[in-house]
Design a protein around this ligand. Structure first.
Ligand code: 6CS
Ligand code: FE
Length: 297
């Protein structure tokens, strides 16, 4: 085991789930790790929007031809995993509908190619200021009528506490494989929330992921923190056609409502982590989560 893989409390810049009251810590890490130049893959305006808001929504990012391929593969996977007991397949809390399929970048050739798409790699390397690897990938199907919510949370809080991600040098790219409307449970974000770390209360249960991926109840922010953040910064809901992408910082507060519309809101998420931010031991002190949730390189 090399030395930098052991996390010590002294190096824990973002303690969470250790106190019995919530607290707010200022972000210690940059948001955009590169200097913008005219050769950058984003415009200066896009880059500074992402730095300020913690997210960037790009419509019609992929061609219809590419999209058709991934949409067909999505439908095929939904059939493949409809029954069965695969660990990386998560079902809805109140039904047996498939909620998420994890590690698609490992199990599936088409989605592996998507995770390495040159347009995505150029943007993620620019924003994270280094080469990147996939920390986690998943398809969230959010089926029509039964797709349940993803309560407000910061991904980084979980990835730091439960996976041992040292700093805020990772981002998610949500690729819409179905049209995202206001009424079918799209992602909602609190712009600018990525610059504050909400330290949560409560001790992480063992094997927490067995519940949290269906309905997260630990590592979720308290109502007072959420209320004051939303009051101060508002809530944005970037929606658009299939083929659009939503890039968002690992510490951005986000969530999505249940989908009671007849229309699915199926997105594939690729999480890019900097190779200079590789996981150490979980800061919770518990054993690491399985590889299909958090890649350890
Ligand atoms: O625990 C995780 O890694 C997952 N949980 C949520 C709610 N978002 C990020 C990720 O999919
Ligand atoms: Fe999330």
């Amino acid at each position: 085991m090399n030395s930098n893989r052991t996390s010590t409390i002294a190096t824990n810049s973002y303690p969470s789930r250790v106190a019995d009251v919530p607290s707010r810590l200022e972000r210690k890490d940059p948001v955009v790790y590169s200097e913008w130049t005219p050769d950058s893959p984003l415009t200066e305006e896009q880059s500074s929007f992402y730095e300020r808001n913690g997210y960037l929504f790009l419509e019609q990012f992929f061609s219809d031809k590419e999209l058709e391929l991934w949409k067909n593969e999505l439908s095929r996977l939904q059939q493949v995993y409809r029954d069965g007991e695969d660990a990386h397949v998560i079902r809805e809390p109140a039904s047996s509908e498939v909620r998420s399929v994890f590690a698609v970048h490992q199990h599936n050739d088409l989605f592996q190619a998507l995770s390495k798409h040159p347009k995505l790699q150029a943007i993620t390397s620019y924003l994270l200021g280094s080469d990147t690897y996939i920390h986690q990938s998943r398809i969230n199907f959010k089926p029509g009528f039964t797709g349940k919510e993803f309560y407000w949370h910061s991904d980084f809080e979980t990835w730091h506490v439960e996976d041992g991600m040292p700093g805020m040098r990772a981002l998610s790219c949500s690729i819409a494989l179905s049209d995202n409307y206001a009424y079918n449970g799209p992602l909602m974000v609190i712009p600018g929330s990525h610059k504050t770390f909400i330290s949560c209360v409560g001790k992480t249960p063992d094997n927490h992921f067995k519940e949290s991926l269906r309905k997260q109840e630990y590592g979720v922010p308290d109502h007072e923190s959420l209320h004051s953040m939303a009051e101060e910064k508002g809530i944005h809901m970037p929606v658009g056609k299939a083929g659009s992408i939503l890039l968002f910082d690992c510490n951005l507060m986000h969530g999505s409502s249940s989908n009671i519309s007849p229309f699915p809101r199926s997105n594939v998420f690729m999480v890019y982590n900097s190779v200079d931010n590789r996981l150490v031991q979980p800061y919770s002190g518990q054993k690491p989560r399985p590889e299909y949730i958090a890649t350890r390189i």
